[in-house]
Write a protein that binds this ligand. Structure first.
Ligand code: FAD
Ligand code: DLZ
Length: 514
């Protein structure tokens, strides 16, 4: 065999243990990396996400070269940049006359189909490795799921704990229970002090990327500066050390809490590094377990953290690949409303929505409960088209890639998959937000009011949602009680609620401020 093999590395495959890289020979092969407009524009990416991906790619290429690899790197600001990954590979084939192509499976059906095309269309051997950075292979998940009436994360998670011997003691879960979630639903105390994630100052490469993003994506969503994400595995590891030492011990207690002006609480803010390949999921789980065993973090925090990564993250990926390409278009609730403009501007009087959207604009980050129970909940209640909701989430968060975003949005948040991810819709009135946050105190709306112009819009919209879908949910034991509550309400209370819901939706449709 003559000629090098081309080793494609995508912007979210920046790991030294990437199977295609492990299988490559630095003395012979050429690594291909390309900044391309198609990847930068298939979703309305936040400018911080664009800068993070491009800078991390450039740093990764620089480190590979320093270690003796040949890297064919195409920049977006080259004179004639390749428009797509497909095109970048075609050009690299012309340049290098390779003996073959080597890839690692991507994180989206869209690119999966492109790679599969290479295996059949090109007159070259093309190998696609399974992505071993995940802890459950796609076919292992499909095998686990096969024949089950419903797929529940909790049972998957238990098997993953056993398979990876995480938080286990003589075959049983440490602490005598698999799940300590019940301890992780507290409101944050008023005087709580939260650690900040580790912030890294941009170096010269990042500064160059920031200038490029400013010049080429002037209309894109989000605030670019200050930019503080880590862009190398080294700095991401420092951010992980910082999390383990400062935030992990309190991670559990306030996992579901929201606090005005506190953007990160005790969350790790490591998702963008994990999903780009700068951190390894098993390593993070083992480090968290070590903190528990050393007495540095309590079990409810460590189990909660491990469950998110070993359980939810792997489960979501399994669902994405098992459900197929049409998953992102599912809409079992038939929701058709356009995504309100204020998702882009934060121009709303609802304090919880404003806080979540404003920090999404500035940080390309919101934590799980903000995504699920604030912006996700409002879209669900208002009947927003789930594909539009999906496109928003895929763009605005630095950690967003379709394999993980789509099951969270289409499945968990919008119930558009009909209950594959979750057994009930995550629909809530303002009472939930009041219970878990301090947003309602300063809100222009009154969370205690059920109807009328001053009522929290989530209140009438909640009942409107439940009634629109009564046929579907009335027999679901996890939500049926809500219908008895509605039926017991006085007739005039119900009528006022319906009237208010209609008024809120009419204002939404007219583009008026809510
Ligand atoms: P932490 O709260 O510190 O949690 C630790 C880690 O657990 C995260 O970094 C992440 O890797 C993992 N994790 C936690 N919850 C989930 C989950 N539900 N699914 C998968 N992994 C999870 N996560 C993404 O990585 N990318 C997305 O695009 C994304 N979109 C979401 C959209 C919606 C509507 C919802 C409800 C959730 C979404 N999530 C997504 C899951 C979760 O909200 C984020 O992983 C988390 O907020 C990232 O912040 P963190 O790193 O501080 O996480
Ligand atoms: C997210 C992203 C962006 C913005 N740009 C690039 C790029 O220019 N080149 C590249 O190889 N990857 C990029 N990525 C990551 C891809 O979009 C990601 O690999 C796919 O969405 C599959 O997860």
């Amino acid at each position: 065999m003559s000629g090098p093999r081309l080793i494609l590395i995508l912007g979210d495959q920046l790991s030294r243990d990437l199977p295609s890289l492990v299988a490559a020979d630095p003395a012979r092969d050429v690594v291909v990396m390309a900044e391309v407009f198609e990847e930068a524009s298939y979703a309305p990416h936040h400018v911080k996400k664009l800068a993070f991906v491009f800078s991390a790619m450039r740093h990764f290429a620089q480190d590979l070269r320093a270690d003796g690899w040949r890297v064919d790197y195409a920049r977006l600001d080259d004179p004639d940049p390749a428009p797509s990954i497909e095109d970048a590979m075609t050009r690299a084939i012309v340049r290098h006359s390779p003996a073959g192509l080597v890839c690692t499976e991507p994180g989206e059906w869209r690119l999966q189909r492109v790679m599969e095309g290479w295996t059949t269309r090109l007159d070259l051997p093309c190998r696609i490795f399974a992505d071993t950075r995940f802890l459950c292979a796609r076919d292992a998940f499909a095998e686990w799921a096969e024949g089950r009436k419903s797929l529940r994360m909790e049972y998957f998670y238990r098997e993953m704990r056993r398979a990876h011997d995480l938080l286990m003691q003589d075959g049983d879960p440490v602490g005598g229970a698999w799940n300590f979630d019940a301890e992780n639903r507290k409101k944050a105390p008023r005087d709580a002090v939260f650690p900040s994630p580790l912030k890294i100052a941009p170096d010269a490469i990042t500064e160059e990327v920031l200038a490029m993003v400013e010049a080429r994506f002037p209309e894109s969503f989000g605030v670019l500066r200050p930019f503080w994400f880590a862009v190398t595995a080294r700095d991401a590891a420092r951010a992980a050390d910082h999390f383990m030492a400062n935030a992990l011990p309190g991670f559990g207690d306030v996992q579901d809490a929201m606090v005005e002006d506190e953007r990160f609480l005790n969350h790790s803010v490591l998702g963008q590094y994990l999903n780009a390949g700068l951190l390894n999921p098993l390593d993070l789980c083992r480090r968290a377990e070590a903190a528990y065993r050393a007495g540095d973090a309590p079990l409810n925090a460590v189990e909660g953290y491990v469950r998110q990564i070993l359980g939810w993250r792997e489960f979501m990926r399994g669902i994405y690949w098992r459900e197929g390409e049409d998953y992102i278009h599912r809409n079992v609730l038939g929701a058709t409303r356009a995504l309100p403009e204020f998702y882009w501007t934060g121009d709303t009087d609802m304090a919880c929505m404003k806080a979540a959207i404003d920090q999404t604009r500035t940080e390309a980050y919101a934590h799980h409960i903000q995504r699920l129970m604030v912006t996700g909940n409002f879209a669900l209640l208002a009947g927003v088209n789930p594909h539009q909701v999906h496109e928003w989430y895929l763009g605005v968060y630095a950690d967003a890639y379709e394999w993980v975003e789509a099951p969270n949005v289409i499945g968990m948040s919008q119930f558009a998959d009909g209950g594959i991810v979750g057994s009930k819709p995550y629909a809530a009135s303002g009472a939930y937000i009041d219970r878990m946050s301090d947003h309602c105190r300063g809100c222009r709306y009154d969370v205690k009011k059920k109807s009328g112009p001053d009522a929290c819009p989530m209140n009438p919209l909640y009942w409107d949602f439940m009634l629109r879908h009564r046929d579907r949910f009335a027999s679901n034991p996890r939500v049926a009680r809500a219908y008895s509550t509605w039926d017991r309400m006085a007739e005039d209370t119900r009528a006022a609620s319906r009237l208010s819901a209609g008024a809120v939706l009419a204002r939404l449709d007219a583009g008026e401020r809510i």
